[in-house]
Design a protein around this ligand. Structure first.
Ligand code: HEM
Length: 492
């Protein structure tokens, strides 16, 4: 009877095969179909054919729109299309907590796989057991007591850089800060200082083309089998080879120089590798490249934006300088860990800068099970985007959100803030492992500059740009006046 129904006149074999294939296809694309079904019910910014909303990350006006208007127009959860890939965006702290606060949704989504060539297969982009094992092995080495051993290296590099400011007036601080951060990372992560301009030029970590924004805007580049034939893919691979070769050279150098005071991350990772078969020497190479890249643009952007904010907010700058004068009492000695703990107002200024200009403006996850937010069920496998840049500008959380106001982060005000309302370092189990390192480093660089110079806004304005990290298109220009000269002028 059943056979007759299938093969009889009314349902020929070809129809049966077609239905069968369709069912297989639906099973294969089940996640995509469930996510699309959800996304079609949600409101969101106008999506263009083919690219969808991908231009959000390429165009600062669209990013501003996302930050300032989407929550008001579309509510606490809305849809975006990354080409043909459906995704949802959540901005409210309690919803952000539901996603990144839970260890169930630790997996990164397709975007991070697109960065493998650039950032290597380390903590940032790995998932599952590999991520869990590596994070557990590395985490204890990011304890504050261990990190404070790096403060001296931070100071030496920062002082070298500050000396270069002599006789300069208006500069694009991005270049200056990038050099300083690269110097620091070479010494603290690779264990080999960048002694002169020549060695600095040779470091492959000072260059790096980020192709993710290009790949998202040209969706056909999302398919590896097409992308790998492009020149940008080949350049990216050759850059990756250079980073890996250079890191292997640094490994050999570290092994050949026996030095008990070498606390570099590379030395630590080699020790981990000697004692753990799950952390091979290839893993050391990948993790070192990840840390070198994760610690570079993020910190450099935060320092450069902090200088911008302090140049435009003279009152806050004066309070920072007063705090520094109280700590150092006119001495030009290097800062130590206890000095850094006293830089409380400077830390508030850094936090306020990271609120306005979070170095990593977008974070993404793939759900590992269904999640309910508002009246919607977000299906397992759904891509969820969190946008610190937009969450940090929600007017019902931060009154007058565009205003630079470091008092938002005073101890009393901080207590009232939802723990997921300020997320420049992400939050939850997959937060930034390097955040304490970053605060120490940023405090050292900024205090070194502000102990010697007063800074003022310079001629240019910038617009923001997304290159995985936030950038200032046109650079951040600042004018420097030696503090002694200012004191002398005031006395005359
Ligand atoms: C102002 C400076 C920094 C900011 C704003 C920042 C921000 C972030 C954010 C938002 C994430 C989560 C990314 C995601 O989930 O997609 C992250 C992860 C990470 N960051 Fe940072 N970061 C900074 C500095 C650093 C430094 C200095 C290092 C290393 C020395 C570092 C190493 C890492 C690593 C390895 C991860 C991946 C952690 C994991 O998934 O287990 N970061 N960072």
């Amino acid at each position: 009877m059943f056979e007759k129904m299938l093969l009889g006149d009314r349902l020929p074999l070809s129809t049966f095969v077609a239905v069968f294939l369709l069912i297989l296809l639906m099973i294969y694309f089940k996640t995509w179909l469930r996510c699309s079904w959800l996304v079609l019910k949600l409101k969101g910014p106008t999506a263009l054919p083919i690219v969808g909303n991908a231009l959000i990350i390429a165009d600062s006006a669209r990013m501003e729109y996302l930050a300032n208007v989407c929550h008001t127009l579309f509510g606490r959860i809305f849809r975006i299309w990354v080409s043909v890939i459906p995704a949802v965006m959540v901005l409210e702290p309690k919803d952000v907590q539901t996603i990144i606060g839970s260890s169930k949704h630790n997996d990164k989504n397709f975007l991070y796989a697109l960065m493998h060539n650039f950032i290597g297969e380390g903590l940032i982009s790995n998932n599952g057991d590999k991520w869990k094992i590596h994070r557990k092995l590395i985490q204890p080495h990011f304890h504050i007591n261990i990190l404070e051993l790096y403060v001296n290296s931070f100071c030496k590099s920062s002082s070298r850089q500050v000396r270069k400011l002599k006789n300069v007036k208006d500069i694009n601080v991005n270049t200056y800060v990038n050099d300083c951060v690269l110097d620091i990372l070479h010494e603290t992560i690779l264990g080999i200082p960048l002694e002169d301009a020549e060695t600095k030029e040779k470091s492959p970590f000072r260059k790096g083309a980020i192709t993710l924004p290009i790949r998202i805007q040209k969706p056909w580049y999302l398919f590896d089998y097409l992308y790998k034939f492009t020149t940008i893919a080949q350049d990216e691979l050759s850059q990756k080879t250079k980073l890996h070769d250079y890191t292997r050279k640094m490994i050999e150098l570290n092994k050949s120089i026996k030095n008990d005071s070498n606390h570099s991350l590379l030395r630590i990772f080699l020790d981990i590798s000697e004692n753990n078969p799950q952390f091979t020497e290839d893993d050391v190479v990948n993790e070192i490249c990840t840390f070198m890249l994760a610690g570079q643009d993020s910190v450099a952007a935060a320092v450069a934006f902090s200088l911008h904010c302090l140049a435009y907010n003279q009152e806050a700058q004066a309070k920072v300088c007063q705090e520094l004068d109280e700590i150092f009492n006119g001495s030009d000695r290097c800062a130590d860990a206890s000095d850094l703990r006293k830089m409380r107002y400077l830390e508030q200024c850094i936090k306020e800068t990271l609120r306005l200009y979070p170095s990593v403006p977008i974070i993404a996850r793939k759900l590992s099970e269904d999640v309910t937010i508002d009246k919607y069920t977000l299906p397992e496998g759904c891509n969820v985007f969190i946008c610190p840049y937009a969450t940090h500008r929600l007017a019902h959380i931060y009154e007058n959100p565009k205003k630079f106001d470091p008092d938002r982060f005073s101890p009393e005000n901080l207590e009232k803030l939802h723990p997921y309302a300020f997320i420049p370092f992400s939050a939850g189990p997959r937060n930034c492992i390097g955040y304490k390192f970053a605060y120490l480093e940023m405090k050292v660089i900024l205090s070194s500059i502000l102990r010697s110079y007063k800074i003022f806004p310079s001629h240019t304005k910038f617009s923001i740009l997304y290159r995985i990290t936030l950038r200032a298109k046109g650079g951040i220009w600042v004018r420097f006046e030696p503090r002694e000269a200012i004191k002398n002028n005031n006395n005359n």
